[in-house]
Design a protein around this ligand. Structure first.
Ligand code: ARG
Length: 205
């Protein structure tokens, strides 16, 4: 997930494992699914460089949550793979972002939604009219401005997944390359920024 999702609004400390749970196979935000598997959390690891002095704000916006038992993954939910090495997805490759965040007509979506968005190279994202060199290597950029396709407020911590090209006949595999982190308030007018999972694979492992 994103490190900023685990921070408490009131005092900036991070949630403890006993204050949160993981809902596997959840689909509606306000209704507990009949098969939804709620799993207690055993450990939380926030990236050691997140929000540290001399590290820019929003860099390394990443955290790991260890669940307390094997999940059941109901309702056709499945875990995504983590990248095998530090290779990032290709520019303009189409990936999928999912979440319950803000849509064109509501502050959040009650049903889980997904959108296909292209990976944008760090160089293209760092141009002046977009993020003017704010992105470092702990960040990944994705989304399209015309047409506007983007994650938005409330999607944070959610997955940016790209298909792994498998051999013919292999089942499709999805690789988690990004975690929704930040972007423009209006969401579609600049590309969105994601924590770069492949870049931190050593820490993750
Ligand atoms: N920081 C936001 C959150 O906490 C996510 C923003 C994503 N924004 C965007 N324009 N892509 O939910």
């Amino acid at each position: 997930t994103a490190a900023h999702c685990l921070r408490k609004f009131d005092n900036g400390t991070f949630y403890d494992p006993d204050e949160i749970y993981i809902a596997l196979g959840a689909h509606k935000l306000t209704v507990r699914g009949r098969l939804e598997d709620r799993v207690p959390v055993r450990e939380i690891y926030v990236h050691p460089k997140y929000n540290k002095p001399h590290v820019r704000l929003w860099a390394y916006d990443m955290a790991l949550i260890r669940i307390s038992r094997v999940g059941r993954f109901p309702n056709a939910s499945l875990p995504a793979c983590i990248p095998e090495n530090t290779l990032e997805p290709h520019d303009s490759q189409t990936c999928i972002v999912a979440g319950w965040g803000k849509t064109a007509d509501s502050d959040y979506s009650n049903s889980l939604l997904q959108a296909e968005i292209p990976i944008v190279s760090r160089a293209d994202c760092n141009v002046k009219r977009y993020w003017d060199n704010y992105l470092d290597r702990s960040m990944l950029c994705a989304g399209s401005v015309r047409p506007e396709r983007s994650s938005c407020q409330g999607d944070s911590g959610g997955p940016l997944m790209c298909p792994r090209d498998g051999r013919r006949g292999d089942p499709q595999q999805w690789v988690l390359y990004g975690v929704v982190s930040w972007g423009p308030i209006d969401c579609g007018d600049k590309p969105g920024v994601y924590a770069n999972v492949a870049g931190e694979i050593k820490w993750i492992k």
